[in-house]
Design a protein around this ligand. Structure first.
Ligand code: HEM
Ligand SMILES: *[C@@H]1O[C@H](CO)[C@@H](O)[C@H](O)[C@H]1NC(C)=O
Ligand SMILES: *[C@@H]1O[C@H](CO)[C@@H](O)[C@H](O)[C@H]1NC(C)=O
Length: 323
């Protein structure tokens, strides 16, 4: 019975594939690019103009908004949990080590949310606003665009411990970076593409001090110039650009910096340190179109991490607190 056995084995493998997607949490559930087409047709244009004006006022804001979406999605999925404020009876994620004294842009999200609420109250989730604002920020700074899938709902919970364990630390080596992203369903290749987000934005001295004083895989004149702004003790919050070549433009210069041993964070330089990802970094450094295309695809995938859909969660009216 060759036909029957072929047919039954292919339906078994299809079933296994579906179960694998469900179990690994990468199934994009019912997200759709047209989710607000009838319920809030002005949602996307309202978010875009607010992001454009925030970025025009301060270019770094584009980087800060992109990072908010990443830190939202890596902690129990893209559910707006990162935006919840601590209260006497609620512990959110804002005091987690990767977030405290570092994440910014919450006020801009509040402004966007109130503008979106005034065109259609109670319809557009905070998690979706983060996903759209991340895309619009990249576009505003000269990077690629992509179609944002929509329909995420907002969590009524948050997890400080998951924020501390699941957001990768700048002290990680390549193997640690690969596993942190693999835990979320990403390949090493996607991890490298997503790291290209560090072509924009700033880091605090405390995030790269060990690298500039103690590491050898760093250009020595680059290290020397950084030490003037980042002393060996004190100045923890002094800022330096993640991409010193073009900090407010979304381009492929981050990868060229890595090839020149000018990665700012220990974790950045790990992507080009005689390891398995060197060739991809070289390739992105000489071909921005490939980087843009891989980054856009990986951002869509990141936005699909365990969304709340259907009747799960809620659509918050104020992104800082549950309804
Ligand atoms: C690969 C693992 C990653 C590590 C270890 C890492 C770590 C960091 C650290 C330590 C900072 C500086 C924080 C500070 O000193 O205040 C930073 C900033 C930033 N990260 Fe990452 N990150 C990673 C991946 C990503 C991804 C995947 C994205 C987005 C897709 C991203 C977007 C950003 C942006 C845009 C900034 C600058 C934010 C600003 O200027 O406000 N990072 N990251
Ligand atoms: C450099 O490494 C030494 C030895 O591990 C450590 O004691 C020192 O604090 C490090 N310096 C900086 C600036 O991180
Ligand atoms: C380090 O960077 C400087 C300034 O860009 C450059 O002139 C120098 O050749 C670099 N050093 C090495 C060893 O590549």
């Amino acid at each position: 019975m060759p036909m029957a056995s072929v047919s039954s084995s292919s339906s078994i493998s299809l079933w296994s594939l579906c179960m694998l997607l469900v179990i690994s949490g990468t199934a994009s559930a019912q997200l759709s690019s047209t989710y607000y087409s009838t319920s809030c047709p002005e949602a996307l244009s309202t978010i875009k103009s607010a992001v454009t004006s925030a970025v025009a006022k301060e270019r770094r804001m584009g980087a800060s908004l992109l990072r908010l979406h990443f830190h939202d999605c890596f902690v129990n999925g893209c559910d707006g949990s990162i935006l919840l404020d601590d209260t006497t009876s609620f512990t959110g994620e804002k005091t987690a080590t990767p977030n405290a004294n570092s994440l910014r842009g919450f006020d801009v999200i509040d402004t966007i949310k109130s503008q979106v609420e005034s065109v259609c109250a109670g319809v557009v989730s905070c998690a979706d606003i983060l996903a759209v604002a991340a895309r619009d920020s990249v576009v505003a700074l000269g990077g690629p665009t992509w179609t944002v899938q929509l329909g995420r709902r907002d969590a009524t919970t948050a997890s400080l411990s998951a924020a501390n364990s699941d957001i990768p630390a700048p002290t990680l080596d390549l193997s640690g970076l690969i596993s942190a992203f693999s835990n979320k369903g990403f390949t090493a290749k996607e991890m490298v593409a997503l790291s290209g987000a560090h072509t924009i934005g700033q880091a605090r001295c405390t995030s790269f001090r060990d690298r500039i004083y103690n590491e050898t895989n760093i250009n020595s004149s680059f290290a020397t110039s950084l030490k003037s702004k980042c002393p060996s003790a004190g100045g923890d919050n002094n800022l330096s650009p993640l991409d010193a070549t073009s900090a407010t433009t979304f381009d492929n210069a981050y990868f060229t910096n890595l090839v020149n041993n000018k990665g700012l964070l220990h974790s950045d330089q790990q992507l080009y340190n005689s390891g398995s990802t060197d060739s991809q970094v070289s390739s992105y450094s000489s071909n921005s179109a490939t980087f843009f295309s891989d980054f856009a695809s990986a951002m869509v995938k990141m936005g699909n991490l365990s969304p709340l859909t259907g009747s799960s969660g809620e659509v918050r009216t104020n992104c800082r607190k549950t309804n």
